[in-house]
Design a protein around this ligand. Structure first.
Ligand code: RIB
Ligand code: CA
Length: 311
């Protein structure tokens, strides 16, 4: 197993099964410095409980700061509990929570903490409301981070035909982030659909014999079962968020291209779409580092390595 680059990471998330795995990857393959939570898959109160639970099981003492309950426009978003269950982690056996949240000012924490730890990445794996609020309050934030590595967007959608869930939940926030001047690494659906959880990973998690391995086995098994029930097929379930973590901890697993990307805000059918310019004379040299391919076998091995590294 290659040695990780140990990039410094703040994680903004909405756990969510794939967020939970991304936290394990960030903790094992990077230097996890802090976590902020946002409404997305489920309400922010629950995504916060889920983040605290995963960090407790990882044995991580990093602070968790809760954040936005609604998108920038103030209109409540549509949660994805039909995918992740009412508590956001269907299938997981939730332990008694002994950890508590440090504050409810995620944006303020990101502004302060990125100053204390210059050169860190922000791993954005939920709706980007917290990031947008932080950038609006302090635009210089983008100058002291290495960049934002995000799971979001793509050339097609999942929550609509055009829009991916994280962008669709808060398009205005995504637009603020894309226009912020930050270095952006984008793992869209074109990339993340190359990495899935299957029955083998569920079994391998259980075979680690650790408490976290058992937690992940139940959690990932519940995710798979729910996706299979939703689709009516014996399909696999996409591991979206770990891709954005691995893109900075283990970039050698990826092929990237520089692309121009904008967020659609007003389209009747396309609101929340990330429009990547594919015209031949515009398709190179853009500011966004667009992840095109991932070595899914190596990535799965690193994910299992991250699960096994936890107590
Ligand atoms: O579209 C997938 C994204 O939406 C992932 O981040 C998943 O956790 C959900 O938040
Ligand atoms: Ca997520």
């Amino acid at each position: 197993m290659s040695e990780p680059m140990r990039e410094k990471l703040f994680v903004d998330c909405d756990p969510g099964h794939d967020d939970a795995i991304a936290l394990a990857v960030a903790a094992h393959r990077g230097q996890l410095l802090g976590v902020t939570t946002v409404a997305g898959n489920v309400a922010v109160e629950q995504t916060t409980i889920n983040a605290l639970t995963v960090l407790q099981l990882l044995g991580s003492e990093v602070e968790v700061h809760s954040g936005a309950a609604v998108p920038l426009n103030g209109q409540p978003g549509q949660f994805a509990s039909f995918v992740h269950g009412d508590n956001g982690l269907v299938g997981a056996t939730m332990p008694e929570l002994t950890r508590s949240v440090a504050s409810d000012d995620a944006a303020g924490y990101l502004i302060e903490a990125t100053g204390e730890h210059p050169g860190a990445w922000i791993l954005a794996i939920g709706p980007m409301t917290n990031l947008a609020l932080a950038v609006q309050r302090d635009p210089t934030l983008v100058d002291r981070i290495a960049g934002i590595t995000m799971m979001g967007g793509g050339t097609y959608g999942n929550i609509t035909a055009a829009a991916e869930f994280n962008i669709s939940f808060d398009p205005e926030a995504a637009d603020v982030v894309f226009r912020s001047g930050a270095k952006i690494v984008q793992c869209g659906l074109d990339l993340t659909h190359q990495l899935c959880v299957d029955d083998a990973l569920v079994a391998a998690s259980r075979a680690t014999g650790t408490a976290f391995g058992e937690f992940c086995s139940g959690m990932l098994g519940g995710y798979l079962d729910n996706i299979r029930a939703l689709t009516g097929s014996n399909t696999e379930a996409v591991l979206y968020d770990p891709c954005a973590a691995l893109a900075v901890t283990d970039p050698e697993l990826f092929d990237f291209a520089q692309r121009f990307v904008e967020v659609e805000l007003t389209g009747a059918l396309t609101r929340g779409m990330t429009l990547m310019d594919q015209r031949s004379w515009m398709s190179e040299g853009g500011p966004v580092q667009w992840a095109q391919t991932i070595d899914a076998v190596a990535a799965t091995n690193l994910i299992l390595d991250s699960i096994a590294a936890a107590p």
